[in-house]
Structure formats: structure tokens, C-alpha cells
Design a protein around this ligand. Sequence first.
Ligand code: G3P
Ligand code: CA
Length: 338
Amino acid sequence: MKRWLFSAAFVVVLVFAFGMAYLALYRDVAKERCQELGLPFPTVMAHRGASYLAPEETEWAYRLARAAGADFLEADVQRSKDGVLFVLHDDTLERTTNVKTVFPGREKEPVSTFFWEELSRLDAGSWWNQRHPERAKQEFANARLLRVEELVDLALESNPPTGIYLETKSPEHFPDIETDLVKLLSRRGYGAPSRRPELRGKLVFQSFSADSLRKFATLTKDIPRIYLLDEDMVQKQGFGRLLSIAKEVGHGIGPVGYFAYPWHTHRAHAQGLVVHAWTLNQGWQLRLLRFFGIDGAFTDRSELAVPLWGRGKTQSQDELWQKALASRKDTDYSAKKP
Ligand code: G3P
Ligand code: CA
């Protein structure tokens, strides 16, 4: 009996040791592929900006993310009724603006029913101060919704430029939004390596919609495209099928974190796909999934991920805030016209 137990324990230890060694050797296997695409490795995407420190998808969230050293400013692109592209996560304005006060009764309306002039009157920051009093700042009150054009300005202000990682959010609500977006970005030099070589690898498209990524593929074949995956999609279609779609429409997958098991990441890598998991906000999650081989992560805590993954130094929240304030100079986004 004792001998049997000893043998079993030996096998378990052996399998564990081999597993650990394999993962340690395996974790950088897609580095070269990322470099081919112009992506830093491992990549830190500031999810809705530095959204732990400031109201999501506002100028302040993106200034703080840039100061933290995030590789990419992540944003969800939507379109106003009169065709202005801007960034916002939800389908309605209720959660993250004061729409209820400014346009009573319209808080459940889709954002696509609002003109930009209306959207530009909303306060997208005070809700955050109320919800997070310990991190509130008076500058966040009255923060405005941000046009994509302004996000690009912010990204290009730094030297070298910060990347932008743009999601078409509910693209079925915005027919041909991909064309509008590519036109805007082309005007600013993205996708034109001979004219703006410094912008290579500074733009990524992402979507839960394979159709949306297909459209981007016809418009700009060289810009990396990431197919986002959630639990529901994996359950309904199966991981293997989703990998085939990802390979057809893009360059990688963006799985929800708890689906980024090493065997899933391994299968994606075997097909030449990069793996960017969302949304990892705890140190242990960032460490563990990186050990499991992911190539990058969307995180609300870019100020945590950057030093943890050896991509930059640790900075205090106060240091970051001083940098964000200093970077603002005289820019007044609320006064700009589309
Ligand atoms: O874009 C990656 C991840 O952010 C997808 O989730 O809902 O935050 O856009 P969501
Ligand atoms: Ca997103």
C-alpha cells in the first residue's frame, strides 16, 4: 500500500513538474508572431482607458493610461445620428452620463438616436465621482464624451504615439461604421506605412462580430484584427469553430479571461493566432494568464499591468495624475467641433 502511494505521488509530482516546465518554456511562443504584426510583447491594453483611476472612455482615463505606459488605449466606437464617431461602451447613455437630467425620458434610447450636439452637452464624469468617492477628482466632473478624432489626437500627442485598439460596438446598429472609421483613420495616417511609418502596429481593430472584422479586412488588410469571444459564443459554437472564424477574419482572439486556459491558448497559437484576454484587473490574474501563455491583456489597471509584466516602472497614482494634468496643456476637448 505504502509503495503504491509513493508511486502515485511520484507520478503526480513528475506530471506537475513537466507541466510547469512546459508552460514556462511555452509562454513566449507567440512573441515572434506579435512582432511581425508590430505589437509590443506582452501587450497592455488600457481597457476603456485607465478606468480604475478615472471615468471610463473619457479624456482623463486615456491621459492616465498613456502616463502609465499602456501600449494601447482601448475604446468602443459608436456613431451619433448625424454621423460623428465617438467612444462609449454601453448601448445607452444611462449608466455613464447625466442623460436622465439633460434629456429626461430618453435615458433608455440607443445612442444612435442622439445628435452630436446633444451628446456633447452630457457630463460623462460625475457619475464616476459619486460611485468612487475615494478616487474622485473635481476635474472629472463634467468630463465630455470623446470623439474618435480626439482619441486619435491624444494617442498621437505622445512620442512615440500610443496605440489605439478600437472595438466596433454593436456594429449592427451602425451600418457601414467600418468604412467611416477607416476613412477617419486614413486621414490621420493610419494604414499608410510609407507616409507614417511610426504608426505601424499602433492600430488594432477588435469585435465580437465576425462580419465587422470581415469588412475591416476588405478595407485595410494590414491592420491587425482580433475576434473577441465570450462564454456564450464558446458554448453555442464551440472553441474550435471560433478559432476557424478568427483565422478567416483576423489575426487573433480576445477571449474572456476565464476561457484563456493554457490548452485554449495553445490551440490558438498553433493556428498562428495571438491571444489577448479580457478583462484582467488583479495582479494574480495577470501573472497566472501570462504564465499560461497569453500575449496581452485588456485591463482597467494598466498602471498595475505595465510594471508587473516588466513593460515599465511602477508609478504612484499621484505621479500619474501629475503627468496627466501636465499633458493636458491648453487642450479643451469640450470646445472642439466635429
Ligand atoms: O474589448 C475587449 C473587452 O473590452 C470586451 O468587453 O464589454 O468591455 O467591451 P467590453
Ligand atoms: Ca471593448
